[in-house]
Structure formats: structure tokens, C-alpha cells
Design a protein around this ligand. Structure first.
Ligand code: PSU
Ligand code: MN
Length: 303
């Protein structure tokens, strides 16, 4: 297998057997606008350090798979325009051709597992899109959760997706969906969706033990930890519903397809909420990073 390039900070943590938390980079290049994308990327890394773990932001730069980015590399990526969005299907081609790309949840899981990192924190995962019965648009993130043993901490999935179909597909694929500290599945900007999550755990140590138990049983695949946005930062679902509906209608009208769909919808929602969605998005990513660090630490203690 190709040896990835570890940042000095990540290399030191690996040598010391210290807890690591992987971070994706599509949220930086396609999920948030400049300059907040860089501020958030830096802040999230700092949140993980404060909890006693080491952040490892993942991206492909000039064909090299980077596990951990230096401050300069992070800024270059955040400023870059037209960066490729890499999922499972694109990762190897990008590396073979010397390209540069940011990693989605699926590609970040592959890279994290390759580098021996068991925990990954992000904002929201991709899922089953509204109208998927026509478009067949189901994110590769769901298949990845079924086959790559990484615990992913996210605030559920955005209401741009069909949440109940997303939960159904995860159940079919045998992916544990564990709500943290509440019964309901979170809805990204809102702490609760109307749907109950299939599983609930209230303690990061139990989440780490469940991860370890899957490994002991030889089960492939990871876990989805659905961590609700803190109540003080949430946006009521009713405020967002008409905005999401308009964004979806625009995407359909402009015939946006494939991997362009999610970035298009996110961009439209940021514009239409005049930054309100971004403030909530930042709060929930930071909240997920902190929980990810606590799970990574617990896993280190067990293993
Ligand atoms: N959801 C968000 N913000 C994001 C993404 C999803 O709230 O930035 C990104 C993640 O990288 C995720 C990807 O893995 O979009 C899913 O894209 P697609 O639907 O094309 O699989
Ligand atoms: Mn898609």
C-alpha cells in the first residue's frame, strides 16, 4: 500500500500511541465559504487538541495522500478554487495522476483506516437525497460506513436529504446509528428530527467499547454517532424547510447531478440564510470534534 505523508504533529502522536481524530477536507473546499472555512478548520483542530487528542485533517495534494496538514497546507487548500471532491471512486485516480483534491466522508474513512485512525469527526454525512426514487442519488458515504471500520461522529444528516430513507438504507447495510444522549436522530441544524434513532448511548466510553466489540467480532464497517447540535445554537427546522425546498427546486431546474448536488444545495442554503446556517454549522462541527476526541481517548485506554 502507498505510504501516506504524515504531518509532523500526526507522526509524533502515532509514535506516542496518542489518540487521533481524523477530519475531512470537503467541508473546507465545498462545504463552507472562504474565509470561514479556514477559521473553522483551525478552530476544530484546536478543539481536538484541547480535549487531549491530535487532529488529522486529510486531503490529497499533488498526488500525495496527506494525513494531517500543516498550517500552510490547510490555508492553501482553504483558498484554492476548483479543487476536486474525492469520494471512494475518485481517490486512486487523483493520486495516480498527481492531482489535488479534498476528501468526502467516504474517502476520509478510507484514508483514516489506512493510517490506523479509528475515529473521525465531521458536520454531516451524505445520504439518500430527496427524490432518490427518481435520481438514484445515494451518497457513497453510506456504503463506506458499511465496509470501513471507522467511527464517524456527525450531527446526523441535513434536511437536504431524505432522513427516513437514509436511516432505512443504513439499517439495510447493517450500520449502527447511535444517537448520543437523546432518543431522536438529530437533523443537523436542529437537535431533533421527528425520527427516533435505532440506538442510543450516553457515554463516549461505551461508544469506544462498541467500536472495539465490532472489531473483536470481525464485523466490517463502522459506526455512525449522531451527535445533536447544542440547543443554544440550533435553528428550528420550520425556518429552514422553505429555503431547502427552494434550493432543491433550483437544483432540479438547473439539472444539477452527481457529486455537484450536495455542494450546490449547501451553497444555496448559506446564501439564503445570510450566514445563519453557517453559525450553526460551525457550532455543531466543533461539538462533534470534541466528542470525537473523547471517543478516541476512550479507545486508546481500551486498546
Ligand atoms: N454534508 C454537510 N456538509 C458537507 C458534506 C455533507 O453537511 O460538506 C460533504 C461531506 O464531505 C460528505 C459529502 O461526505 O458532502 C457528500 O457528498 P455526496 O452527497 O456527493 O456523496
Ligand atoms: Mn450524490
Amino acid at each position: 500500500m502507498i505510504a501516506p505523508a504524515f504531518s509532523p504533529e500526526v507522526a509524533a502522536a502515532r509514535a506516542a500511541g496518542a489518540p487521533l481524530v481524523a477530519l475531512e477536507s470537503t467541508i473546507i473546499t465545498h462545504g463552507m465559504p472562504w474565509p470561514q472555512n479556514l477559521e473553522v478548520a483551525q478552530q476544530v483542530e484546536e478543539d481536538i487538541r484541547k480535549e487531549g487528542a491530535t487532529p488529522a485533517t486529510i486531503a490529497v495534494i499533488d498526488g500525495i495522500l496527506h494525513i494531517g496538514l500543516t498550517a500552510e497546507a490547510l490555508e492553501t487548500l482553504a483558498r484554492a478554487k476548483g479543487v476536486a471532491k474525492l469520494s471512494r471512486a475518485d481517490l486512486a485516480v487523483c493520486m495516480a495522476t498527481g492531482g489535488t483534491g479534498s476528501t468526502t466522508v467516504a474517502a476520509t474513512m478510507i484514508a483514516a483506516h489506512h493510517a490506523g485512525i479509528a475515529v473521525f469527526a465531521t458536520g454531516g454525512i451524505g445520504g439518500v437525497h430527496q427524490g432518490a426514487e427518481q435520481s438514484f442519488d445515494i451518497s457513497a458515504d453510506l456504503q463506506e460506513l458499511a465496509q470501513t471500520p471507522v467511527t464517524v461522529v456527525a450531527a446526523g444528516a441535513k434536511a437536504i436529504l431524505d432522513l427516513s430513507k437514509t436511516l432505512e438504507v443504513l439499517e439495510t447495510l447493517g450500520v449502527p446509528v447511535i444517537s448520543f444522549g437523546q432518543d431522536h436522530f438529530p437533523a443537523f441544524w436542529s437537535a431533533k428530527s421527528p425520527l427516533k434513532a435505532p440506538l442510543r448511548l450516553d457515554d463516549p466510553t461505551l461508544i469506544a467499547q462498541a467500536h472495539d466489540m465490532r472489531r473483536a467480532l470481525g464485523l466490517p464497517g463502522g459506526q455512525l454517532v449522531a451527535n445533536p447540535i447544542p440547543a443554544s445554537d440550533e435553528i428550528p427546522a420550520a425556518d429552514l424547510a422553505p429555503i431547502i425546498a427552494r434550493a432543491q427546486a433550483d437544483a432540479d431546474r438547473h439539472r444539477i447531478t452527481g457529486k455537484a448536488v450536495t455542494p450546490y444545495l449547501l451553497q444555496r442554503i448559506f446564501e439564503e440564510t445570510a450566514g445563519r446556517s453557517l453559525t450553526a454549522n460551525i457550532a455543531l462541527v466543533r461539538n462533534n470534534a470534541r466528542l470525537g476526541a473523547r471517543i478516541a481517548q476512550a479507545l486508546c485506554t481500551i486498546g
